[in-house]
Ligand binder design. Structure first.
Ligand SMILES: O=C(O)CCC(=O)C(=O)O
Ligand SMILES: [Fe+2]
Length: 454
């Protein structure tokens, strides 16, 4: 199907020159960092707005970056609900009450940026592997060897697979989903108590009622979110938000915290297993990777995508690549997550009950010298049912130079990316690329070897 979406959605390097790049004092520094094909590109206006969009960028970036005072002010102002119809939390309530018949203008995407592939248009199931990782528990060496090969193939292409046999209790995932649904069902004022705008945090963590992510237009995305951060021990910072949301209801607070404490522990355990498998799949010295995982962080993001009166007018989540090492997504039974295939066509991932979706993210792509590759992905909504996902981003050390192990660089596989830290990738490099990533560009294109001054 060669439709308009394939043509406009497939924005690769060849479209580089059509983006607005930041101007002003930063431009000189920036232009030195850009690929040569990008220098001398006309600059565009609206930088401040784009930068705000950038700081509101994605749940991972926002959660990890401590916003500067000035940014915090901008983001706060931008986050103050501009009336009930410019607020996903309010819209979600009106939908529950069945009193909203049309998509409010604040959420309507310009036609050329909308998805045309509906939530239930799937690819062939065999294109997305389902991988049973139980051999890591049974320790059968033959099966383990086969598993590592399967992981290598899946990370090479399509860079996305379903993980089953993972040992995370099914009931725990269900409990985490039902507690998330209950959280989003609360009155908006109550949820907002647990938001960074209410002062619960300086980062865009906790509850978020008007997220706006990687969008080329001012349109708001059709979702509410709730973000928690966890460390390598598996602990997550759920208590601080729960205290604000349920100050007088200890029982609610405790049962919410209990579920996410447990979920955080299990998801970190699973991530550590998967990262070992991924490193084995690269057939390199695992020592090289230790530095990146010393303080592995997880960003646990609950997302509620309400159903929409006209689902193709809105976006649940704009097309983007994840920037961490890898991402795990627990989808509910409602489809909506879509990948852009190698042929440029979008398709929905059919939910596999009990599975986590594994998605290769930018740091892994760079550390594997491009051998493992992530996908552009997005979320579309539907007319009938809200969708809930629990997405966990695993993030390597911010201050370590991302360098692939020497075994992955040779004449046949020259170095693709210059050394960079994840810290700069998610701040200055991302700021410089906001327009580009808003238009489906891959941020990794900004750190290719030819984009460097060396
Ligand atoms: O909701 C989903 O299924 C995916 C969310 C996602 O891609 C993200 O938050 O980065
Ligand atoms: Fe994502």
């Amino acid at each position: 199907m060669e439709d308009a979406e394939t043509a406009t959605g497939l924005i690769g390097r060849s479209r580089f020159t059509s983006y607005n790049l930041p101007h002003s004092a930063d431009m000189e520094i920036l232009s030195k960092q850009l690929p040569s094909s990008l220098r001398d590109v006309p600059t565009g206006g609206g930088l401040l707005e784009k930068q705000v969009a950038g700081t509101r960028g994605n749940s991972l970036g926002d959660a990890m970056a401590t916003l500067k005072e000035v940014e915090l002010k901008l983001v706060k102002t931008a986050s103050v609900p501009e009336g009930p119809l410019a607020n996903a939390g309010e819209v979600s309530r009106l939908l529950r009450e069945k009193t909203l018949e049309e998509v409010p203008p604040a959420f309507i995407f310009p036609e050329q940026t909308r998805a045309t592939v509906p939530h239930d248009e799937f690819c062939d199931d065999q294109d997305i592997p389902t991988i049973d990782i139980s051999p890591v528990f049974t320790k059968d060496s033959k099966e383990l060897e086969y598993l590592v090969e399967e992981i290598a193939r899946a990370c090479e292409s399509p860079g996305f697979f379903h993980v089953v046999g993972h040992g995370v209790p099914e009931q725990l995932v269900k409990d985490a989903q039902s507690h998330a649904a209950k959280l989003f069902d609360l009155p908006l004022d109550q949820k907002l108590q647990g938001s960074f705008a209410a002062g619960a945090t300086k980062q865009r963590r906790g509850y978020n009622s008007t997220p706006k992510t990687f969008t080329p237009s001012p349109a708001l995305i059709w979702q509410e979110g709730f973000t928690l951060i966890g460390d390598k021990s598996g602990q997550v910072d759920v208590d601080s938000y729960a205290e604000k949301i349920w100050p007088h209801d200890e029982q609610q607070r405790e049962s919410f915290c209990q579920v996410y404490r447990e979920y955080g522990g299990h998801s970190m355990r699973l991530a550590l297993i998967l990262k070992d498998l991924v490193i084995r799949a690269l057939k390199v010295d695992p020592k090289h990777f230790e530095q990146y995982f010393e303080n592995l962080t997880q960003v646990l993001h609950l997302t509620w995508y309400p159903s929409a009166p006209n689902p193709m007018e809105v976006m649940g989540l704009n097309p983007h690549y994840d920037v961490g090492f890898f991402t795990l997504i627990a989808q509910d039974e409602v489809p909506g997550l879509q990948l852009r295939g190698k042929d440029g066509k979008w398709f929905s991932i059919r939910p596999v009950p009990g599975a986590f979706c594994f998605n290769v993210a930018d740091s892994l792509e760079a550390l594997s010298n491009g051998r493992f590759k992530g996908n552009l992905h997005r979320v579309v909504v539907n007319k009938e049912k809200p969708r809930l996902s629990i997405t966990t981003f695993f993030v390597v050390a911010f201050d370590k130079m991302i360098n692939p192990p020497p075994e992955l660089i040779d004449d046949a596989h020259p170095r693709l990316y210059r050394p960079f830290t994840l810290g700069e990738y998610m701040t200055s490099i991302r700021q410089a690329a906001v327009d580009y990533i808003c238009n489906c560009g891959h941020l990794l294109d900004f750190v290719t070897v030819d984009s460097s001054t060396v």
